[in-house]
Design a protein around this ligand. Structure first.
Ligand code: FAD
Ligand code: SF4
Length: 327
């Protein structure tokens, strides 16, 4: 049985207290919300914090504010997000994406903030300490080689968040609070295309809330490919949000792919060929073909990467058929 190492748990009551605790404890500290990624990572010794700064008692992180737009506290659980009537009615694809994360038990604990900040994944990294030691550690933790692409100077671990693609497709932004004050950035700007430095926020910045603009008239969906329907990380995720004029012309298209790169990948070329055009089966086929080209999954998650690349096309086609009513 894998055991947690000893650690100290700090329980701030406010965001400012949490920022101070992270700042005072430097690299030895890590934030934890639901802990559904942090604790398994500690058991595998891929995270080795001496102190955890727990966010569960901070009321400000549980905000739920509807005011044209929607503001969600980072500490709201995925169960709350996936079952809230306001979200189901106004942002159904977000409810779907949150409801497809892992299992009911983990969704009861796991938070939306933790899901957006969740670590990148790789077959050679999400393993126990003896497994990684036997192979010789890789660049993401304790080693200097990439086992997926030996010779590569960067890590290709995969962003596997289910909610990040749809948040980006909906134009959401996050509010971060750190020692220098607060800033708001688009969700897309939260990510780097790097498996190690995958997140742009500083370790002592707290993701406080997420604001999603009014989505009236947007047709949206999130499609997820995984091995087991009951629970599994995505091996392809497709978020699509489009707006159609009365005559069927596409006036807005947002397409974001998950689990095919170290960051959520915006399929800009596919978006561009839809905008200004009447949607037809042929156009959807064309958009799906274009979107799958920049998706370059490597052999570091479940199922073969050539298959995953092909499935980007299939899943995007299904997503576009659904949102345009052409299925
Ligand atoms: C068996 C299993 C299956 C899973 N399947 C999926 C899946 O299908 N899809 C998926 O997306 N995820 C999956 N996960 C990962 C995880 O459960 C979810 O991503 C979950 O939403 C993480 O939220 P959390 O609150 O538990 O995060 P935690 O584990 O507490 O934290 C995750 C990361 O976010 C940081 N963090 C958390 N909150 C904040 C904040 N407010 N501000 C700044 N940083 C913060 C932490 O420091 C840590 O780096 C799975 C996990 C397990 C164990
Ligand atoms: S992509 Fe390479 S460096 Fe990154 S976790 Fe996998 S094996 Fe390690």
């Amino acid at each position: 049985m894998l055991r947690l190492p000893p650690f100290e748990y700090l329980a701030p009551r406010t965001v400012d207290e949490a920022v101070d605790m992270m700042t005072d404890n430097g690299w030895g500290a890590m934030l934890v919300a639901g802990g559904t990624d942090v604790y398994p990572g500690m058991k595998r010794r891929i995270f080795e914090p001496k102190k955890l700064v727990g966010l569960r008692q901070i009321e400000e992180l549980k905000k739920f504010e509807v005011n044209g737009k929607l503001t969600l506290g980072a500490g709201l659980t995925l169960t709350r997000i996936s079952t809230h009537p306001e979200i189901i009615n106004r942002y159904p694809a977000l409810a779907t994406a949150a409801g497809l994360v892992s299992t009911p038990q983990l969704r009861n604990m796991g938070t939306i903030g933790g899901n957006l900040c969740v670590d990148t994944r790789c077959t050679y990294y999400n393993q126990t300490e003896p497994w990684r030691q036997a192979l010789t550690y890789c660049m993401k933790k304790d080693g200097d080689t990439c086992w997926v692409a030996p010779g590569s100077l960067r890590c290709w671990a995969v962003n596997s968040s289910d909610t990040a693609p749809i948040m980006i497709a909906l134009g959401a932004s996050v509010r971060l609070v750190g020692p220098m004050g607060e800033r708001s950035i688009p969700v897309q700007a939260l990510y780097n295309n790097d498996g190690i430095e995958y997140i742009t926020k500083a370790p002592n910045e707290i993701l406080v809330d997420i604001t999603i603009p009014d989505a009236t008239g947007l047709r949206m969906t999130y499609k997820k490919l995984r091995r087991r329907g009951s629970f599994d990380f995505p091996i392809v995720g497709v978020a699509a949000a489009v707006r159609l004029a009365e005559d069927g012309t596409c006036t807005e298209a947002n397409i974001v792919l998950g689990a095919v790169a170290s960051y959520p990948l915006k399929a800009t070329d596919a978006e561009n060929i839809l905008i200004g055009q009447k949607i037809t089966d042929e156009l959807i086929e064309e958009a799906a073909k274009i979107a799958f080209k920049p998706a370059k999954p490597l052999d570091n998650t479940d199922m073969g990467h050539p298959y995953r690349k092909q499935m980007v096309r299939v899943y995007l086609k299904r997503a576009l058929q659904e949102v345009t009513g052409l299925s």
